[in-house]
Design a protein around this ligand. Structure first.
Ligand SMILES: [Ca+2]
Ligand SMILES: [Ca+2]
Length: 242
């Protein structure tokens, strides 16, 4: 994994929108692991837990789009997901694993390229469809994009990255194992998660249906409290091979 920063120009993983918390660029060796091809769906969660807390919930209609059980789970807390994943012998990916899987060998701003318009056909964001069907005046919209969904989209609706993973950019933010940190200064380089007693917040990655392209950059990082629930946030499971 090589998180982006805005300089030096000409080097891999340069990202003009990079923030200080996304650096410094560093190399990480990731041990073999499996990563879910899709974000966890409402149907999977319903089977595992008998509940579906999602806001864009199966059976409801938003802006003419009927939500079904293939839409991603959201509005579930990091703590609860962690408990359920443990029961299933699965886990959250570390940030390093998430970014490695998302980049899939690419060193550009998005796995699709450096230009946000390269995301067309590969992403569900806050777009023209959202603006004209379900949006709020305060939101940012990518008006050049019309992805057909005002909130979440069924997982796998758009192109996969070169590793075969869908929706790594957009749809729902994806929880990672790592504690929140302001830089990667103390992050392990063996691909494991950064665990800190100083912060209970956890990292989320990849942006969502309620945001534009900037927060869904491969290097972009955000965080949530372990008990927070948000209609924009779900997760993708991982599995250790060692
Ligand atoms: Ca959309
Ligand atoms: Ca996602």
């Amino acid at each position: 994994m090589l998180p982006s920063e805005s300089n030096p120009a000409g080097s891999p993983n340069v990202d003009p929108s990079a923030l200080i918390k996304e650096g410094p660029v560093h190399s990480v060796t990731v041990a073999p692991f499996f990563m879910s091809k899709y974000e966890t769906t409402q149907g999977q969660w319903l089977r595992f837990t008998k509940r579906n807390p999602s806001w864009s919930q199966a059976g409801k209609t938003y802006g003419g789009a009927l939500v079904n059980l293939l839409h991603p789970l959201e509005q579930v807390s990091w703590e609860e997901c962690d408990r359920v994943l443990f029961r299933l012998k699965l886990r959250f990916p570390s940030e390093a694993e998430w970014e490695y899987a998302t980049r899939a060998g690419t060193t550009t701003v998005y796995w699709t390229g450096n230009d946000k318009k390269s995301l067309k056909g590969a992403v569900n964001l806050s777009d023209f469809y959202t603006k004209t069907h379900e949006g709020s005046p305060a939101w940012d919209y990518e008006e050049w994009l019309n992805d057909g969904y005002p909130t979440t989209a069924p997982v796998g609706s758009y192109d996969s990255n070169p590793f075969g993973l869908h929706d790594v950019h957009g749809n729902v933010w994806e929880c990672c194992r790592d504690s929140h940190s302001l830089t990667y200064a103390a992050t392990p380089t063996d691909g494991s998660a950064f665990e800190s007693k100083d912060s209970s917040n956890r990292i989320i990655r990849g942006g969502s249906w309620a945001e534009g392209a900037e927060p869904c950059r491969s290097a972009s990082r955000n965080s949530l409290g372990p008990g927070d629930r948000d209609p924009r946030i779900g997760f993708r499971s991982a599995y250790s091979l060692q």
